[in-house]
Design a protein around this ligand. Structure first.
Ligand code: 1HE
Length: 268
């Protein structure tokens, strides 16, 4: 069932497959501050549809230039002068891409710098881990532009910061940055140096896990959030039944039993 990813098909995304199974996917329209036009969304759909079956062990999602992503391509949106139905379909393609990311089973680590705004924050919040640096800032400028979020912020950003903060961000254009943004949960890591370096380190560490374990972590947790507690407990048992008996795990369990495996230490 393995598929190939033909990276020559991608133009708005720069894709670099590394030897350890970590793929670096970079939004590559820095002159447009990596604004999300239709073509970029289609490339995200294509890449993240294939990644779970292409042996991708982890993805680092980055943005070229000083800004991660300026959100919806406002110029394209202005020029297209879309009908309500047209824009609904645009948003459904965003959801297609972002749901493939969140539920696809491949760990995605977002390396954030500069603006992570509007749809850029919706994209970042579809990753499993976000790393920010000292330049990173988050905002939802939709209200100021006469718009509303359409790429899942009502769900994912609300999950990260809570309903009240999400509504404040949309009403007032409030910007979060630095330690405060990290403390709120907009990013799990804040670094002094390069967010890309830290994201690579985290991706390589995650890529050492067995793929089936990562698949469960990066799909089952999100699915279970959508279930009742009763159904989630049942689903968790079923997933654990499959994952925790995988033959590939036996060597790891044997290494623990014979005391050759690393122990969990406070500084590990
Ligand atoms: C763009 C976009 C864009 C830049 N669409 N072209 N998002 C926003 O409201 C954020 C809009 N962008 C900005 O506030 C700023 O551009 C940034 C803070 C991100 C960067 O500022 P700066 O000074 O580095 O760049 P700039 O001079 O504003 O823009 C440089 C170029 O990028 C310029 O193009 P050029 O051809 O004139 O050189 C800009 O037009 C272009 N550019 N941002 C298109 N967003 C599913 S619903 C989601 C709803 C939303 O996402 S709303 C939030 C939209």
């Amino acid at each position: 069932m393995t598929v190939e990813i033909d990276i020559s098909r991608f133009t708005n995304l720069a894709i670099d497959a590394q030897e350890d199974g970590v793929w670096v996917v970079t939004l590559n329209r820095p002159t447009k501050r990596n604004a999300l036009d239709i073509d970029t969304i289609e490339e995200l759909v294509e890449f993240f549809s294939l990644a779970p079956r292409a042996g991708v062990r982890a993805v680092v999602l980055a943005g070229a230039g000083d800004h991660f992503c300026a959100g919806l391509d406002l110029i394209e949106h202005h020029d297209e002068d879309r009908s309500p139905a047209d824009f609904m379909h645009v948003c459904l393609r965003w959801h297609e891409a972002f749901n493939k990311m969140e539920y696809g089973g491949v760990p995605i680590i977002a390396a954030l710098q500069g603006a992570v705004v509007g749809g850029g924050l919706e994209l970042a919040s579809s990753a499993h881990i976000r790393v920010m640096d000292q330049t990173t800032y988050f905002a939802l400028p939709e209200g100021q532009r006469g718009l509303f979020t359409g790429g899942g912020a009502t769900i994912r950003v609300t999950d990260l910061v809570g309903k009240s903060r999400m509504i404040d961000m949309m009403l007032t254009g409030r910007v979060y940055k630095g330690q405060e943004a990290s403390d709120l949960g907009l990013a799990q890591y804040i670094v002094e140096g390069s967010s890309l370096d830290k994201a690579m380190e985290l991706a390589r560490r995650a890529a050492e896990n067995l793929p089936l374990s990562n698949f469960a972590i990066c799909s089952a947790v999100s699915h279970m959030q959508n279930m009742s507690a009763l159904d989630a407990a049942y689903a968790e048992a079923v997933v654990a039944g499959v994952v925790n008996t995988q033959p590939d795990a036996r060597a790891r369990l044997a290494a623990f039993a014979d005391k050759s495996a690393a122990r969990v230490r406070p500084d590990s």
